[in-house]
Design a protein around this ligand. Structure first.
Ligand SMILES: NC(=O)C1=CN([C@@H]2O[C@H](COP(=O)(O)OP(=O)(O)OC[C@H]3O[C@@H](n4cnc5c(N)ncnc54)[C@H](O)[C@@H]3O)[C@@H](O)[C@H]2O)C=CC1
Ligand SMILES: O=C(O)C(=O)CO
Length: 386
């Protein structure tokens, strides 16, 4: 039996008990729950990743809903515990929900929420930052300065890659992949090649229109191409950014064989999920190809890195911070809380999870709906007409 975990309580006499497995940024999410008669319990335990046992102890005998984190293993054990405690709602504070067994949630009739949209631009901005930092060797150059090694300008000092006119490749051109593509095309005038299971029509239209605008102003137009296969992107692009979901079709999408098909001086960025890349193969490839560079926000066995990665100058590594802007993290907390609240109150599910702005407006009450429930169809939940 796990030891009881430390908690902070808001509105102790609230009718519905909602547990958050972590303190989350901002106070709006707490206020919204309290205003709707929820007792809010926040786990304040000084342990970064809670175990299944810790979370079972938090759920206790009576719990209406839980807001959880992407580091937690939400499967059969936790959904059955939540169901036994009378709970019918769970939300990840994340858009990705590969840590959640949705079939297990369905079995216990638990709604599973996520937080799309609010983090799209923030995540794309980090991917763009990693792309530029890797192409222009910014982290290496910073370390060099701090080490007191700079003794004057040199023609060959930290020479990197020019982005303008090169090709950016996007794998997974959904919300974040498309936002990233626009940044690289518009900001650096790169040509686009992308691979996705679906056509990114709006993205294609944007690049076409931007190309026409450039041409009308006497500049070379940018172009786009939807690749027939992922391998085409890997062969042709100079900078490649990964933005698919993690599932069995994307596990180790980038492996030894595919790395070998990429340009020797390519830049690879991963802000999706670590297991999309075979990290052992990547370390080996980086060792063999010093001009190949990567920017990684996510890792195969977070929080660990595969042996050798941290020693490589051609790798930039940051600790899963792609969505870490204040506005975004507060918004993610709000969406997660409203997902849980909506199910508890019997509200319908918002009709378009890509249009979550009404829930984020601090000057107006949020719509009476759950912003994004991924298993709404499977549970037969009603859809909002708002
Ligand atoms: N590093 C970080 O902090 C963050 C990471 N993420 C990750 O990014 C992922 C994407 O988020 P969104 O863009 O909002 O989701 P999305 O659902 O809008 O986009 C995912 C895209 O991947 C495509 N896709 C799925 N399987 C594929 C395959 N086998 N090959 C190629 N494309 C495939 C889908 O068709 C879709 O267009 C999340 O699931 C999450 O894992 C999201 C936010 C922050
Ligand atoms: O939302 C996600 O999926 C993340 O990885 C963190 O923002």
């Amino acid at each position: 039996m796990a030891k009881p975990v430390s908690i902070e309580v808001y509105n102790p006499n609230g009718k519905y008990r909602v547990v958050s497995t972590k303190p989350m940024p901002g106070t709006r999410w707490i206020n919204l729950l309290v205003e709707q008669d929820c007792r809010v319990e926040i786990c304040t335990q000084k342990k970064t990743i809670l175990s299944v046992e810790d979370i079972i102890a938090l759920i206790g005998d009576k719990c209406d809903g839980v807001i959880g984190q992407l580091t937690e293993d939400w499967g059969e054990t936790l959904f059955s515990a939540l169901s036994r405690a009378g709970g019918k709602a769970f939300s990840n504070m994340a858009v990705g929900y590969n840590n959640v067994d949705v079939n297990a949630a369905n079995k216990y009739g638990v709604a599973v929420g996520n937080t799309p949209g609010v983090l799209t631009e923030t995540t794309a901005e980090l991917a763009a930052s990693l792309s530029v930092s890797a192409a222009r060797r910014i982290v290496e150059a910073d370390e060099f300065m701090r080490a007191g090694l700079y003794d004057g300008w040199l023609p060959n000092l930290f020479v990197g890659n020019l982005l303008k006119g090169q090709t950016v490749g996007v794998i997974g051109a959904g919300r974040i992949g498309s936002a990233y593509a626009r940044m690289m095309v518009e900001g650096f005038k790169m040509n686009l090649i992308y691979y996705d299971l679906y056509q990114a029509t709006r993205l294609e239209k944007f690049v076409t229109a931007y190309g026409q605008f450039l041409q009308a102003n006497g500049e070379s137009p940018v172009t786009w191409k939807r690749a027939a296969s992922m391998d085409e992107v890997l062969r042709e692009a100079d900078v490649i950014s990964l933005h698919p979901i993690l599932d069995k079709t994307t596990y180790h999408l980038i492996n030894k064989e595919r790395l070998a098909t990429m340009k020797k001086e390519a830049v690879l960025v991963n802000c999706s999920r670590g297991p999309v890349v075979d990290e052992v193969a990547l370390v080996e490839h980086l060792k063999q190809n010093p001009m190949f560079r990567v920017g990684l926000d996510v890792f195969e066995d977070e929080p660990y890195m595969k042996p050798g990665l941290a020693d490589l100058k051609n790798a930039i590594v940051v600790p899963h911070i792609a969505s870490a802007s204040k506005w975004t993290r507060e918004g993610m907390a709000t969406l997660a809380a409203l997902n849980v609240l909506g199910k508890i109150k019997g509200y319908p599910v918002w009709s378009d999870a890509n249009r979550v702005e009404p829930f984020l407006n601090e000057n107006a009450p949020p719509p009476a709906a759950s912003p994004s429930i991924v298993n709404a169809k499977a549970l037969g939940l009603p859809v909002s007409r708002l």
